[in-house]
Design a protein around this ligand. Structure first.
Ligand SMILES: NC(=O)c1ccc[n+]([C@@H]2O[C@H](COP(=O)([O-])OP(=O)(O)OC[C@H]3O[C@@H](n4cnc5c(N)ncnc54)[C@H](OP(=O)(O)O)[C@@H]3O)[C@@H](O)[C@H]2O)c1
Length: 273
């Protein structure tokens, strides 16, 4: 890679749209070199035109991730890999009673197993650079809303994974930050398998699901811009001491309070809504 600025390279997964794209842009503006992953080459044209490099890979395919690791070695050459930003993710929702194992498996594969696969491939290089890993979790990694079980389970798991990883990497001078965004205006909501439509028609949860879908639409409309999360990633990679968690949400205090309340109180508040 170019290597002109000397800040080193950062690998960002899922730079086609949303938070990954905003993050890659912010890092380039700040003198990092960026290696971004996409599933379709054309989704990364913007990155190549902006001076970054592309890896075309479906992160659920372990062999493809290993091949991407080899391609990254070629692209990086002697450039130091100072950061790995695990951003790619999908939303999965619906009433547990009506969801199949595949609904859970797909979300876990992208939101957790792919992160583990990327760590296997890229940690040796990150370790050598005393670099940092930034994992994009969610407020759903702190708080499990009804009808979001697959997504919340994957993000709670990512939180645990990140704590283990931080403790494993500490002796090597590396650090791990979890970013916990609230609703952000990105295409994730449209790409998702959202729990509103025909699939759950006639279900005993239908009314509650309609309210859930309406609330999701409001959350999306009021969501923060992806640039807010990109700024948090930049901070995680640049601060002298890496923060362990950054909550990037409107009214972040609500999530902090909800964590401290007795669980039955939170259940009652949610039931009224
Ligand atoms: N938006 C929010 O409100 C919000 C809130 C909290 C946390 N987050 C988290 O933020 C992260 C980014 O989400 P976003 O909102 O920016 O959504 P997004 O715009 O849909 O971006 C998700 C990215 O992940 C990629 N991806 C999905 N499955 C993949 C796979 N199997 N292999 C490779 N790449 C894959 C997508 O690629 P394609 O374009 O090819 O699908 C896309 O580049 C996710 O981890 C999400 O959970 C989002």
């Amino acid at each position: 890679m170019g290597g002109s600025t000397g800040r080193g390279a950062v690998l960002v997964t899922g730079v086609s749209t949303g938070i990954g794209k905003a993050t890659a842009q912010r890092l380039l503006e700040n003198g990092f070199e960026v290696l971004g992953t996409v599933r379709r080459r054309e989704d990364g044209d913007w990155l190549r035109e902006s001076g970054g490099q592309l890896l075309v890979v479906d992160l659920c395919d372990d062999d493809a991730v290993a091949a991407a690791g080899e391609r990254a070695e070629e692209l990086l050459g002697s450039t130091t890999l100072v950061g790995l930003v695990n951003n790619a993710g999908i939303l999965g929702a619906g009433p547990i009673e009506s969801l199949g194992a595949e609904d859970f498996r797909r979300v876990m594969e992208v939101n957790l197993f792919a992160v583990a696969a990327l760590c296997r491939v890229f940690l040796p290089r990150i370790r050598r650079a005393k670099g940092r890993v930034v994992n994009i979790s969610s407020v759903s990694g702190l708080f499990a809303a009804p009808f979001l079980a697959p997504y919340a389970a994957s993000k709670f798991a990512l939180e645990a994974f990140s704590d283990s990883l931080r403790r494993e990497l500490r002796p090597f001078g590396c650090d791990v930050t979890l970013i916990e965004p609230g609703p952000i205006k990105t295409p994730i909501w449209r790409k998702a398998h959202v729990a509103s439509g025909e699939r759950f028609e006639g279900s005993v949860y239908q009314q509650a699901l309609e309210r859930f879908a309406a609330r999701a639409r409001t959350s999306e409309a009021r969501g923060l811009p992806a640039s807010r999360v990109a700024e948090a990633v930049l901070r995680a990679l640049s601060a002298r001491r890496a923060p362990i968690r950054i909550l990037a949400a409107r009214r972040a205090f609500v999530y902090r309070i909800a964590r401290g309340l007795p669980t039955r109180v939170v259940d009652a508040i949610l039931a009224r809504r």
